[in-house]
Design a protein. Structure first.
Length: 420
């Protein structure tokens, strides 16, 4: 018997995009329907418009990407037997890259077992995988106040609850932190230990030890997100939470460490690494496999060769010098044009100045006026999980030369005059 298909009925059940529509039901999941585009992502479009100066993107300087070094490495790779570079790879990551990272990290005082590293598509994927593996409905994830916007967005995708923990000035309030952990329900502590996004803050060594001990006592996973640690303007080397935890508790510790090639090599290659206690490796590998099978084989080979060629350390030294100069240029420009109207931290590394306008001045309102003046930054409110500070803003100096820093501050000052 042949079935006759009623095409009109089928068509009426299809939306314009050709997907099946159940009449009366929205297509997006509840979570997706609530999600808004990232304000930072939206602002990035201005960085490409002619005449605009952007202090918005948390992106490394395009003029500092070592294109000669990358060209050289690619040429070398392609002049060798390279069929395998275009083939599928293993989920954990290419062993040549895992070994190169483990070896090279020793120079930064971090000891990884290459077998316990997972190569990721940037740290962003690391956060995503950790969320999926650890967080369940109503688990609490504790975050610094303020913290990285895209981590907040990812936590929002889970059914976990985001809570901020307290700082006493620049230092974490350990007593308050312990009482939150003791109250139960906290599954994860998300920390950006070095030159944090957005604050430029560093968590000091003594605090690191105490926090590791607390996390172990209450069996909370520490997610140590460290994309800026290599970009220190001062000589002090800090021990990672990961290293401290390994020393204190061996394989029984609860710290997952992430870093990335985005700020020190190339964000476009989308490469990061995730180190964890061995007992978590299987779960994280399986969830990555389900998500994307593996990270680009070719890109991993490029990064591995770039590290073993020794060029990465030369580039990092150059980046540190350049960013330090750019930080100083922006500070000088703020002093010239905005003295008495803005306060800021002076970070010892990384890419951000965390600023406050005088009480009562709203940074979002200032941004609207700044767009007319062709300068953009990120209003600080987006980095808070609760009770945003309306007068806060993040200024990124990584992309600014001396002249553009001066122009940016001058334009912000003009915009501020308009709204005052
Ligand atoms: C704190 C923090 N974590 C993670 C990321 C994501 O970096 P990646 O390019 O490695 O995914 C960023 C990027 O700005 C960041 O600031």
């Amino acid at each position: 018997m042949t079935h006759k298909i009623n095409f009109d009925k089928v068509k009426s059940n299809l939306s314009i995009s050709g997907q099946l529509r159940v009449i009366g039901q929205p297509m997006l999941s509840k979570k997706s329907a609530q999600i808004h585009s990232s304000p930072v992502r939206d602002l990035l479009k201005y960085s490409k418009e002619p005449g605009f100066i952007s202090l918005a993107g948390g992106i490394p300087a395009t003029d500092m990407i070592d294109v000669e070094g990358i060209d050289k490495v690619i040429h070398q790779l392609l002049s060798e037997e390279h069929r395998a570079l275009f083939q599928y790879s293993v989920t954990e990551g290419e062993s040549v890259l895992r070994e190169a990272i483990a070896q090279w990290s020793q120079g930064y005082g971090v000891v990884f077992n290459s077998q316990e590293l997972l190569i990721t598509n940037g740290s962003q994927q690391g956060i995503d995988l950790l969320n999926r593996v650890f967080l369940e409905k109503d688990d609490i994830v504790l975050v610094e106040r303020p913290t990285y916007l895209a981590a907040l967005q990812l936590f929002n995708y889970t059914d976990a609850r985001i809570e901020e923990f307290d700082y006493q000035g620049e230092s974490i309030d350990l007593v308050a932190l312990e009482s939150k952990l003791a109250a139960g329900g906290v599954k994860m502590l998300y920390l950006i230990p070095n030159f944090a996004n957005p604050t430029g803050r560093i968590i000091d060594d003594t605090l690191r030890v105490e926090i590791v001990k607390l996390a172990h006592k209450y069996q909370v996973v520490i997610v140590e997100d460290d994309p800026y640690g290599h970009l220190s303007f001062i000589d002090t080397q800090r021990r990672t939470f990961f290293t401290i935890a390994q020393e204190l508790y061996g394989e029984d510790h609860t710290v997952c460490y992430m870093s990335s090639f985005s700020k020190i090599f190339s964000p476009g290659l989308r490469l990061g690494w995730l180190a964890m206690p061995k007992r978590f490796l299987m779960a994280l590998t399986v969830v990555k496999q389900a998500s994307d099978l593996h990270t680009s084989t070719l890109n991993q080979a490029i990064a591995a060769r770039y590290i073993t060629s020794g060029r990465i350390d030369e580039r990092i030294a150059l980046l540190k010098q350049t960013y330090r100069e750019r930080r100083d240029a922006l500070i000088a420009a703020l002093e010239r044009h905005l003295a008495g109207k803005i306060t800021y931290n002076i970070p010892d590394g990384g890419m951000f100045l965390w600023c406050h306008l005088n009480q009562g001045v709203d940074a979002s309102q200032l941004l609207a006026a700044c767009i007319e003046e062709k300068v953009v930054f990120v209003p600080g409110a987006v980095f808070f999980a609760q009770d945003p500070e309306a007068n806060a803003l993040r200024l990124s100096y990584s992309m600014l030369g001396q002249q553009s820093a001066d122009q940016a501050a001058e334009r912000i000052a003009r915009a501020l005059d308009k709204i005052s």
